[in-house]
Design a protein around this ligand. Structure first.
Ligand code: HEM
Ligand code: MG
Length: 333
């Protein structure tokens, strides 16, 4: 029976997180890393199992403990990922590629491909990872990182700050429009794209830096490289001083408004706005979107699979409780 999400952590101020109990260790044979530098780092420091095969509860606790990620944000991201990329029978999720370690697969069209799976959660125009069209989804891409450094020099005096986040995000979108014939930037990627741009700023900056209110927060490039490439906390790293999620997202969206859309007919420079479907409109778009995705992957679940789908969908609904109506595509328990 999939356990309930863990409660929010009790102490949520700053503290040393690169401590003696959580040393960085290099990968050993079979260890899995993926497209998320946050989860990669948590695994390489033992906040998550070092092999990269994890449960939702482990992610929710680790993201709060290691990075002081805001509880609701951690919960939503985790169950969204679990529902589309995880094994709902064994309650295991790979933070990277598909693996036998998550157990036997349920029937297709279920994917159970881990976070590397393109176009369910992972998507295009990532900060330091190439678009799926170009091949390596999870691999650190030095060319992209160099562009981030360049933008930090041009707009942030060498640091990644809120202005750089807005400019670099816009650049990534324009670059993919111009180079990737399959470029897609629709829901939910439209939100997670902007989300990752602020998460890097919000959670990779040391918590002892008291200038880290949103407007003044800035990430140096040595620290950035340590997280994005090496999955590693800088020496002596302290997590941010209060629970933080996607603060700043609206600001960077507003700086260069882009509508959700994609390059149509496999042609570059052919970005066509994708009018959101009814289920994507309004504040409940994210919730409804993932419910629709799940139903597409699991059209006719039986037994434990059906039971666990119902349970995980309900956990995912948790943070939409006050704003959206819950739907029950598989009935109730
Ligand atoms: C990217 C999942 C927590 C920072 C991603 C991606 C996934 C993901 C699937 C790939 C998206 C893409 O670029 O195509 C999750 C889940 C989390 C989580 C399920 C559960 C809590 C975190 C945390 C941080 C973080 C705690 C920061 C400390 C980032 C950043 C990227 C990213 C900066 C962009 C990487 C890049 O494009 O170079 N995440 N993440 N995430 N995540 Fe996470
Ligand atoms: Mg990506």
């Amino acid at each position: 029976y999939p356990p309930s999400p863990p409660a929010p952590i009790a102490y949520n101020g700053t503290k040393l997180v690169h401590d003696e109990a959580h040393p960085w260790k290099p990968l050993t044979k079979g260890d899995i890393r993926g497209p998320c530098p946050g989860l990669n780092t948590l695994a390489s420091h033992g906040y998550l199992p070092r092999d990269g095969v994890v449960t939702p509860a482990q992610i929710i606790t680790a993201a709060q403990e290691g990075f002081n990620m805001q509880y609701d944000a951690a919960l939503t991201a985790t169950y969204a990922a679990m529902l589309v990329d995880g094994n709902l029978v064994t309650n295991l999720l790979s933070i990277g590629g598909k693996t036998k370690k998550t157990g036997p697969d349920p029937p297709k069209p279920a994917i159970v491909g881990g976070l590397n799976t393109h176009d369910v959660f992972e998507g295009d125009a990532s900060m330091t990872r190439a678009d799926a069209f170009f091949g390596d989804i999870p691999g650190f891409n030095h060319t992209l990182f160099d562009q981030m450094v360049d933008f930090s020099n041009r707009y942030g005096e060498g640091y990644y700050n809120l202005t750089v986040a807005a400019e670099y995000r816009y650049h990534l979108i324009q670059q993919s429009i111009a180079t990737n014939p399959n470029f897609s930037f629709i829901f939910p990627r439209y939100f997670t794209g902007y989300g990752e741009s602020v998460l890097a700023l919000n959670l990779f900056v040391d918590g002892r830096d008291n200038t880290t209110v949103l407007g003044g927060r800035k990430l140096d490039m040595t620290t950035a490289l340590s997280f994005f490439r090496d999955s590693r906390f800088p020496p002596d790293f302290h997590r941010v001083s209060s629970p933080t999620g996607s603060e700043g997202l609206r600001e960077i969206m507003a700086a260069h408004p882009v509508r959700p859309g994609r390059n149509l007919d496999g042609k570059i420079n052919n970005y066509v706005v994708h009018e959101p479907s009814p289920s994507e409109l309004g504040g409940c778009g994210l919730y409804n979107h993932f419910v629709d995705k799940v139903v597409a992957l699991y059209p006719n679940p039986k037994g434990i699979l059906r039971r666990n789908l119902i349970i995980n969908l309900h956990y995912f609904y948790g943070m939409f409780e006050n704003s959206c109506e819950e739907t029950f595509p598989y009935g109730r328990l």
